[in-house]
Each structure stands twice: as C-alpha cells, then as structure tokens.
Design a protein around this ligand. Structure first.
Ligand code: ZN
Ligand code: ZN
Length: 205
C-alpha cells in the first residue's frame, strides 16, 4: 500500500481541491485543476512530477479553471465523462455568471473517460457516480485504498448539491451507497474540504 503520493492544492474562489497523484517514478495524474494554473504548474515542477493526463471528476467550472493552461504547459490530454460534456461547454458562461470574470474558452476535451485510467503502475477504476451531475465519477484504486470522489460526498456527512436542474438526489444516494460499500479503510478525497475515510463517513449516512 501507498506506492503513491497524493498532493492536495486548494485553489480558486470556491476552494476546490486539485489533487496530483504521483507514482514513485513521478508519473502523475492531475485531478480537478480548478484554478490558479501558474501556482499548480510551479508546484508540479517543484516536485519534479511528470503529469500524463488531466481528469475532471465532473464538469463544474470550479473544477476546470486551469485545465487549458496545464494541458498546454505539459502537453497532455484532458478527459471527462461523456455525460458532463454539456457542462464543460458552459464553462465560460458559468464562470462569468458565478465569479464575474471571463476565463476564456471552455477547455477542449481530448477524449471521453474510459475505464481504467492508468498512469505508470497506478491504475484507477472509474466508478460512475451520477447525482450531483449526470457525468460525475470517482477514481478508485483498490491497491492504494483511495478514492477521489469529486462533489459526491464531503467530510463529516456532507453531500453534493442536487438542486441543479440536471441533478438527481435519487442517483446521488445510489452513488453514495457505492462509495460507502468500499473497504472501510479507503481514504476519500473530496472536491472541497478535508479528506476522510469510508469508516468515518458511515455513521453519518
Ligand atoms: Zn460540483
Ligand atoms: Zn465543486
């Protein structure tokens, strides 16, 4: 266990967690680079990591803000679940609406997520976990006992919003069951706030 390193960078006005997960040889996946591309780029360079791919857990703008710049800087692809393409397309208008600035065009999707995501000797199973958005996913490694859960579940009983038109609280509860049935020692890394474990969250649900 723990052949990997997880770097957590909290970025942007909505305090989104960007995770950079690296193997021992430094190959890395960037998850949810929400904002502050220059800062993220410097951190990744300082750690001498070699990012291979950018994955978004879902299509909300606060998880996508630095995608285009990091894609270009590292010359790597960006992937997201097909069902959240419509949200990626709304990236510019959503950022304008919620944060009142123009972030430039939506990031280009290089390909839609396929299962698994493999970076060096690290293998993530993609668990479809719709509810917060239709294309929400979790990246899960059974070997490492980690899951990157996006805005599905937060520490101390928090749940993702389902008040958007395209959300489904029924789906979210099914997705929640899926995550809470992972081994209890699994560490959960949410899109906002501190990390937690399956064991710590079970009593809340
Ligand atoms: Zn979200
Ligand atoms: Zn979010």
């Amino acid at each position: 266990m723990q052949y990997i390193k997880v770097f957590t960078y909290t970025v942007g006005q909505l305090q989104t967690n960007c995770y950079v997960v690296a193997t021992a040889s430094g190959q890395a996946v960037i998850i949810d680079p929400g904002d502050d591309a220059d800062y993220l780029y410097r951190q990744i360079q300082n750690e001498q990591l070699k990012p291979q791919v950018i994955v978004a857990t879902h299509g909300h703008f606060d998880h996508l803000g630095a995608v285009t710049e990091l894609k270009t800087a590292f010359n790597i692809p960006f992937t997201i679940h097909q069902e959240d393409t419509f949200l990626v397309n709304r990236f510019r208008s959503s950022t304008l609406h919620f944060l009142n600035f123009d972030p430039g065009p939506a990031p280009a999707i290089n390909y839609h997520l396929t299962n698994p995501v493999v970076v060096g000797n690290l293998r993530f199973t993609i668990l479809p976990t719709p509810g917060h958005t239709p294309g929400s996913i979790c990246l899960y490694s059974s070997r490492e006992k980690v899951a990157f859960v996006g805005d599905l579940i937060f520490a101390e009983g928090g749940l993702g919003r389902t008040d958007f038109r395209y959300s489904s609280s029924e789906d979210l509860h099914h997705s929640l069951e899926k995550i809470l049935s992972l081994p209890k020692s699994t560490t959960l890394y949410p899109g906002h706030g501190p990390d937690t474990t399956v064991a710590a969250e079970l009593p809340f649900h």
